[in-house]
Design a protein around this ligand. Structure first.
Ligand code: ATP
Ligand code: MG
Length: 593
């Protein structure tokens, strides 16, 4: 979160009102008497079953209409994390009640993403992977009951008439002329709807609540609409589909969910959630206590966008290289970028849950990654912008082995070895023909240490016809080798990294940065394309230390002085690594605003 006074980002403590609700419910034994037959179902199915072995049940209910992003990760970590911490179970439920936009491709990618994040819905006793579309028959049976009980009616107004009659925030709505149809007539019409005897948009099943309610969601909300659309799982079996507000509470109730956690936009829908489940409990479909909906503020992250629709546009317009472009906030993108599941979990934990919408700075996500990788990532040397350094007093056929720790704080990981030789690669920015003030690196007459190697003194350089430095020359001080007696007698300020030319591994390195260079790319309806960061991807040919030749896909390193890098999981081939920059060592964006 950004503190407006200092402009610095601060992290709210993870102390958490949702935990407080759960702990209170556990203390009072509110849900202790629930029974669970082993699979979702109505009261009848659970009645004679054993007590539910799960102390609480939560669920992550994605609609399979796109790839998951960092906002979904927040919800996954929250729901699965609560179930884990309180002896509960978390269900992965595909909320696939909307036939037009859903596809198997998305289902598969969501399954992969949740597992990759480190969560599991299956154990020895239960496999809690569900599809809302498996409940279509039950949704429909309950709709018939609501009609019979006088709680729902079929409205034959046009969409426009209904909109007009709905009223506004300041004006009450008016009753539909079809509101007083008899249950028998409503039932006949509902069945005709189901049987495909009415055209799309001509009939809608609505709850009969209160057209004058101050809460617009209670003004006879639609429960079912007609759609002649093929569903990715149920095919053409149905031509009526339930609305989200109807389906969701029922899905929760038949899965024995105790705490149904959703984002703040649904706060005004909670009275409808409760109304519906109360009616269905009266009808004997469910037993009390019923699931409770709890809202929290969605994750808003600066320097990115998390609207599925806009992410899709980025892909379709070719502004990124697909859903798994390493700059995308999708989980497939973050994974390819080199994010670890642990870093994302840490981020979700640190940002806590809140009742008020706010922005989290991208820097907080990046910092969680650094904190996770700092202790894990092996160190290595990569020269990203190579400039040749020739050690003129070193024979061409001589090499000298040098070594360095794999990890400075973890000696148990051992040491890496690489040769020193006459021709080396150093970073172009580590040499200056005329040193600016305070420049301690290489320039004519100056001495620096080549890290883990020798001290050298710069004796000259060579330029090409365009005036570009193409080679630097130096002389080695033979008795200065790191780790040998007397080496410390040389006091130099510069400490450069380098790779011996003959042993270097050539590799493509992709220097990724934030996709947008403005903190709120799509704020206020702005065209986010104007906020794209032109420097979000730069590709270089780098020289790597020899130990990196056999890097497997997804191995992560800290390249000394440069940041964290990962071997691209798709483009890395045996002997030919391709690296992505995950994140620099320090935040160069200066916190978010
Ligand atoms: P859509 O606009 O397609 O509904 P959605 O982001 O709400 O997009 P869902 O598949 O419905 O996508 O979301 C699944 C779950 O993830 C929901 O419970 C939702 O509340 C949660 N979720 C989505 N975005 C965020 C976010 N930014 N922060 C926290 N939770 C989120
Ligand atoms: Mg949604």
């Amino acid at each position: 979160m950004t503190d407006p006074a200092s402009g610095r980002h601060t992290l709210p403590s993870p102390g958490n009102f949702i935990r407080a609700v759960i702990e209170e419910d556990l203390r009072t034994g509110k849900y202790a008497d629930r029974r669970w037959s082993g699979e979702p179902g109505t009261a009848e199915r659970h009645r004679d079953a054993l007590p539910d072995p799960a102390a609480i049940r939560t669920r992550f209910p994605p609609e399979p209409n796109g790839y998951l992003h960092i906002g979904h990760a927040k919800s996954i970590c929250l729901n699965f994390g609560l179930a884990r911490d309180y002896g509960g179970r978390c269900h992965l439920r595909f909320d696939d009640t909307n036939p037009e936009k859903e596809e198997q491709e998305y289902v598969d990618s969501i399954v992969d993403a949740v597992r990759w994040l480190g969560f599991e819905w299956r154990d020895e006793q239960e496999d809690n992977l569900y599809y809302a579309s498996d409940y279509f028959d039950q949704f429909y049976r309950m709709a018939e009951w609501l009609v019979e009980a006088g709680h729902a009616y079929v409205d034959s107004q046009t969409a426009e008439q209904m909109r007009e009659m709905r009223g506004t925030l300041t004006e009450p709505g008016r009753d539909s002329p079809f509101r007083d149809r008899s249950p028998q007539e409503n039932l006949r019409l509902l069945r005709e709807m189901r049987d495909g005897r009415h055209a799309e948009g001509t009939q809608v099943l609505r709850a009969k609540i209160d057209m004058r309610s101050a809460n617009m969601n209670l003004r006879d909300p639609a429960l079912y609409r007609i759609r002649f659309a093929t569903h990715h799982r149920t095919g053409d079996r149905w031509c009526i589909y339930p609305m989200y507000d109807y389906a969701h509470p029922i899905e929760d109730a038949i899965e024995n969910v105790t705490h149904s956690i959703c984002t703040l936009e649904f706060e005004d829908h909670r009275p409808l959630y409760d109304w519906l489940l109360e009616r269905l409990a009266e009808g004997g479909f469910f037993t009390r206590p019923l699931p409770q909906q709890i809202e929290f503020a969605r994750l808003n992250l600066t320097y990115t966008i998390t609207s599925k629709r806009k992410l899709q546009q980025l892909v379709e317009l070719g502004l990124v290289d697909g859903w798994d472009d390493p700059r995308m906030p999708t989980l497939v993108g973050l994974r390819r970028r080199g994010y670890t599941p642990e870093a994302i979990q840490l981020f979700a934990e640190r940002t806590g849950v809140s009742k008020a919408n706010s922005w989290i700075d991208m820097g907080a996500l990046e910092q969680a990654l650094r904190d996770d990788l700092e202790g894990k990532a092996s160190r290595a040397i990569a020269v990203l912008d190579p400039l040749k350094l020739v050690v003129t007093n070193w024979p061409a056929d001589r090499t000298e082995p040098c070594e360095a720790p794999v990890h400075p704080q973890r000696p148990e990981l051992g040491r890496r070895r690489f040769p020193f030789a006459r021709e080396l690669w150093i970073e172009r920015e580590d040499f200056a023909e005329q040193p600016p003030k305070g420049f301690f690196r290489l320039f004519p007459g100056n001495r620096v240490r080549l890290r883990y190697g020798y001290v050298v003194e710069c004796t000259g350089f060579e330029k090409d016809a365009d005036g570009r430095v193409v080679e630097v020359r130096a002389e080695v001080l033979e008795d200065s080798k790191s780790g040998t007696p007397g080496a410390d007698a040389y006091k130099v300020k510069g400490n450069l990294h380098w790779v011996a030319a003959q042993a270097a591994v050539d590799a493509e390195v992709r220097l990724y940065d934030r996709l947008f260079d403005q903190p709120h790319p799509d704020a206020g309806g702005r065209d986010y394309r104007e906020a794209l960061n032109d420097a979000s991807r730069r590709v270089v040919r780098a020289k790597l230390e020899p130990s990196l030749a056999g890097t497997p896909p997804e191995a992560r390193y800290q390249f000394e002085r440069h940041g964290y890098f990962v071997a691209d999981r798709f483009d890395t081939k045996p002997g030919t690594p391709v690296f992505n920059r995950v994140v620099t060592l320090k935040d160069s964006w200066g916190g978010g605003r």
